[in-house]
Ligand binder design. Structure first.
Ligand SMILES: [Zn+2]
Ligand SMILES: [Zn+2]
Length: 276
């Protein structure tokens, strides 16, 4: 293990203890829970702000800590979920109740977070690596957010976020969304429309190597839709990207990687035995 990895590990442990948000631009910050990112939109400390995704269960306290570091006691105006998977919705209910704020999700995702439908189980035959194997143990049971969750408007607008719009990026799940702001070409790719760490690598969970990858294979439901979604995101030509897994990326290298991913998605990102 070299010094760079040691530094990163130390940084990770530090983050874990103190739950500090990292600022990406003036009004976008994120906090990395062990498995996934939560994202805060809104300038600190006084602007209204929105929380995107809520990490795993049992992260309520650490997420609260990270948010309070940035906004003091000011609660968000709402929570928006990119999709219903357990690693993005785990602490949603507890946080919404704590702050007394609404949760929004795309209508096509609604059944999965109100107990009506379960996601298909993780597929250990794709992607390889320990995380793929472990994926069969990940919960697919529906979340129960009924009473606190509302469907997003169907015209791409986002409540309380005038400068942003959402883009449907199905494939990983049917109602997966990404968020985009034209003025600085900022893309929040979920969620899991793309990833900036190799999703099937346990090593990458601790030492993220920055590339642009496709969605986590073991949970992706519809590969042809996922291909289209990645192409849609590449056509936006974002200057900043943050995904649900991995570190934020920006600039020319990221753009090239995203374009490469979109152009070669069927050959490179779709697991061979899933191409049909
Ligand atoms: Zn997911
Ligand atoms: Zn995820």
């Amino acid at each position: 293990m070299d010094q760079e990895h040691l530094d990163k590990l130390e940084q990770l442990e530090h983050d874990f203890d103190h739950a500090l948000p990292e600022e990406v631009t003036r009004d976008v910050a994120y906090y990395r829970t062990i498995l996934s990112n939560i994202i805060m939109i809104g300038g600190a400390p006084n602007e209204d702000w929105i929380l995107i995704d809520t990490g795993l269960r049992r992260y309520k306290e650490r997420i609260l800590h990270a948010c309070e570091e940035r906004y003091g006691n000011k609660p968000p105006t709402a929570i928006i979920l990119t999709h219903g998977h357990f690693d993005h919705t785990g602490s949603a209910k507890k946080l919404a109740e704590h702050w007394n704020v609404p949760i929004y999700i795309h209508e096509k995702e609604m059944d999965y977070v109100t107990g009506k439908k379960a996601y298909p189980p993780g597929d250990p035959t794709v992607g390889g690596g320990l995380v793929s194997l472990l994926s069969t143990l990940f919960p697919t049971k529906p979340e129960h957010l009924e009473g606190v969750v509302t469907a997003l408007p169907d015209d791409g607008t986002l409540p309380h976020l005038k400068e942003w719009r959402y883009i449907e990026t199905p494939g990983h799940t049917p109602g997966h969304i990404s968020l985009f702001r034209e003025s600085d070409r900022f893309l929040i790719a979920g969620g899991d429309a793309i990833s900036t760490e190799k999703p099937e690598s346990t090593w990458a969970m601790f030492f993220p190597i920055q590339h642009v990858y496709g969605p986590p294979a073991y949970f992706t439901q519809d590969w042809m839709a996922a291909d289209k979604s990645v192409k849609t995101l590449a056509e936006l030509e974002p200057d900043f990207v943050i995904a649900g897994h991995g570190l934020p990326m920006q600039g020319g290298f990221m753009k090239e990687e995203l374009k490469k991913l979109a152009d070669g998605f069927i050959d490179n990102a779709i697991p061979k035995h899933k191409r049909q």
